[in-house]
Ligand binder design. Sequence first.
Ligand code: AMP
Ligand code: GLY
Length: 437
Amino acid sequence: MNVLIVGGGGREHAIAWKLARERVVSRVLCAPGNPGIARVADLAAVDAADVDALCALAAHQAIDLTIVGPELPLDRGLVDRFRAQGGRIFGPPRAAAQLECSKVFAKSFMARHGIPTARYRVCGNAHDARAIVGSGEFGFPVVLKADGLAAGKGVVVAADLDEAERAIRGAMEERQFGDAGSRLVVEECLSGPEVSFFAVCDGTRALPITSAQDHKRIFDEDRGPNTGGMGAFAPSPLLDRDLESRVMREIIEPVLRGMRMEGTEYRGFLYAGLMLTCAGPKVIEFNVRFGDPEAQAVMPLVDSDLAPLLAAAADGDLGAHTLRMSRHVSVGVVLASGGYPGPIKSGVPIDGLDDAARVDGVQVFHAGTALKDNRVVTAGGRVVTVVATGRDYADARARAYGAVDRVSFDGMQHRRDIGLKALGPAGRQAAESPHRV
Ligand code: AMP
Ligand code: GLY
């Protein structure tokens, strides 16, 4: 099978790495890819958002299955275009991608289909948004979300009226996010641990993959500004079997049913960002693709061949396919450029990547890297994800950080506490004691 992967970050590297190891896969092509992906796949210099060029590429390269990494091409209708020309592609059509690309759509879809989520109101102008926040309907903190894609910056959890006012003014009057902020969702603030859950969907059926926990803030102990994600571990110990079936029954399956009722089929990865509240799991957000850095943590745990499974899902018939996951767990640590998530300097030489990859159980997935004079240099905010599998979280953490310590570049920043949450109180104490590495 010839597979095309659309995208060029850590998530796409992890997917390419996994597929390249499978016997049924004869060729992996990635557009546009990165220098890490180039070690496991061929690269095509085509932008991940260039729908026309991607359609032409798949046709010319005799691609049997295309897998879409990021959300932008989905929002631009890549799947609809591929299908129209008879191509086989794993990802939702544009109408279904609105689950991620429009928060207003996602909230009203969940309301229509009884999917548990925070109570909310939609506001079309700053006056209405101020009135709703001021009415005290949701109290404080209150959550404000720009409707459209805002590069991960569109959500504000406002502690008080001042902060809410700044968010409303920024999105609706100063148009910080352009059209993406012309409508705002104002919603109740939920509390509880956050867990990400992933499923493979074929339009009518969904297979659970696993869960993970992301670490969005730049600094240890969840301090500092939000980022694209500084690390992840998988699975989440919080999502046991019972809770997983509840999420499938109350959230994932109703999404598929709801999409069908509304005339579209959800085929692709479905990512549910959940808050485990005392009233049960509630949806914080949906993503219509795999997570980054969650994919890097999850792919090394997938024992089954993924290519036949994703091809069957793309055909709308998962049939009797099952998904076998490893009993191991994983911890992935993102190494980021100095200054991230603010302005960064690119072109900084990176040392030790091969050395890190030699640690048993470790994979190094590239995100923002480039080649300069035959050396790997930084080329983005999040540079690489160092992932280790292990028999438990302490083991995976020790391997991951053992490998992280072999990598260095000027300005490199990373968190030291990825996976600590998974250890439980006793494990945390042991990990923090000076006698342990
Ligand atoms: P998002 O950009 O949609 O991933 O949201 C960013 C973060 O905002 C989430 O990871 C949550 O931590 C937080 N968040 C979003 N919605 C809520 C909510 N209703 N209650 C509490 N926190 C929320
Ligand atoms: N890690 C969060 C995301 O992929 O959106």
